[in-house]
Design a protein around this ligand. Structure first.
Ligand code: AMP
Ligand code: MG
Length: 396
């Protein structure tokens, strides 16, 4: 049987997931904004900084009053606190703290390090200071109405800080795609449960839910069923009831017995296929009660790779995130690859920038995948690559 090229399946999944776009917007409090994507450009409603203030602990002065060695009386003190200070009288200085408002009339701050205060009531200034020294002017970072953050920004701590500094409490972000993750297999138990004979922890559920969240999806259901058609259909219904717009399944689509996903969805028109790739040959997709279902094979490396290749690029586009990084890397040693399969080998980036393969090609090597830095994308018709040749590498 001719295997389907990876690019063909990519196209099908892209078509299947077309209903996920375009996304609406929603407003969230800043505290819930981490990792979300800005729906539109945000302008600052206030000047940053909002008032003229001192950049140093020192003395607010009129620059024209001072030259090296000038001694002037200290007329008072201004702390970083609420309130407006009295204007600075000519021929005097005031002690000022970092962040405190500059009094009217002052046009420079002399840092405390450049001063001597022998009796506490006068200050002697060692150097001359130009007007503007250590003064943070109103709006010098960003004037009111200026663009604070461009639309499409994925909010990290520094972006949230800028929003908070502008006094904003809510932010408009793109609505996330609601995803359900369903693991199938009678051998699976919840991670952490005692393992009986023949049982393994469900690691795909954790992997797929996290991978979806990492590209701004909202995981509305994460479930696990035995290889039982009624239980599987029940979990799909629960996923839809939870509002899922996309269901990801793992396991149960191969050619063996107990292939619960295939058995349930094929009669409903699922497309089940075997791709010219390794790991991850078996693949399927369906529409269940109008909701797209993408079905990955159960082997951990296969399911994680399948998400990365077929679903993640679409979710990134929908979220307004850039594609995953990839690029040519030089091989540290020769490798061989299976004929007729686009093979994805796990690799590690060496200190000199070259890559070495890691852990072998098998699709169950979940621990080796975890310590890999890259996936080496070896074309279908390539069976050998000598040391020093280049290979396309996807960043993990
Ligand atoms: P399947 O695709 O259902 O034939 O499963 C292929 C292999 O993947 C078997 O060794 C399963 O035990 C394993 N597997 C299936 N689902 C999971 C899962 N959720 N977590 C970890 N391993 C799994
Ligand atoms: Mg199975």
């Amino acid at each position: 049987m001719a295997r389907t090229p990876v690019t063909e399946h990519e196209r099908r999944i892209r078509d299947l997931l077309a209903p996920l776009r375009p996304r609406g917007h929603e407003s969230v409090p800043l505290a819930a904004g981490l990792g979300r994507v800005l729906a539109e450009t945000v302008t600052s409603p206030i000047d940053l900084p909002p008032f003229r203030n001192s950049q140093m602990d020192g003395f607010a002065v009129r620059a024209a009053d001072i030259s090296p060695g000038t001694t002037l009386p200290i007329a008072g003190e201004i702390a970083a606190a609420a309130g407006s200070p009295a204007p600075l009288e000519p021929g005097t200085v005031v002690r000022i703290m970092t962040g405190a408002p500059l009094p009217e009339g002052a046009d420079a701050v002399v840092p405390v390090e450049d001063t001597l205060t022998p009796d506490g009531s006068t200050v002697t200034i060692a150097s001359a200071w130009a007007a503007g020294s250590y003064v943070r002017d109103v709006g010098s970072d960003l004037p009111a109405g200026g663009d604070l953050l461009p639309g499409g920004t994925r909010l990290g701590s520094r972006h949230l800080a800028a929003l908070a500094a502008a006094g904003l409490t809510e932010v408009a972000v793109r609505s996330r795609v609601r995803v359900a993750v369903v693991s199938t297999g009678s051998e699976l138990v919840a991670p952490g449960s005692a393992l009986g004979p023949g049982q393994i922890p469900d690691s795909n559920g954790t992997a797929l839910a996290a991978a979806a969240r990492a590209v701004d999806a909202d995981v509305v259901l994460e479930g696990r069923v035995a290889d039982d058609a009624t239980a599987f259909a029940g979990l799909l219904d629960a996923a839809l009831a939870a509002g899922a717009e996309l269901v990801l399944t793992s396991g149960g689509i191969s050619q063996g017995e107990y292939e619960v996903v295939r058995e349930t969805l094929e009669p409903l028109g699922a497309h089940v296929d075997v791709l010219a790739m390794q790991p991850g040959g078996p693949q399927a997709f369906a529409t269940y009660r109008d909701i797209p279902v993408v079905c990955f094979p159960g082997n951990p490396v296969s399911s994680q790779l399948s998400f990365l290749l077929f679903v993640e690029p679409v979710l990134r586009e929908v979220a307004g995130l850039p594609p995953r990084g990839r690029g040519a890397r030089e091989l540290d040693a020769a490798l061989t690859s299976m004929p007729g399969r686009r093979q994805f080998l796990r690799g590690r980036v060496l200190p000199d920038g070259r890559v070495a393969t890691l852990g072998g090609p098998s699709s169950h090597l979940v621990a080796a995948l975890a310590v890999a830095d890259v996936l080496l994308d070896v074309p279908e018709d390539t069976t050998e690559l000598p040391a020093g040749s280049t290979v396309e590498a996807w960043e993990l």
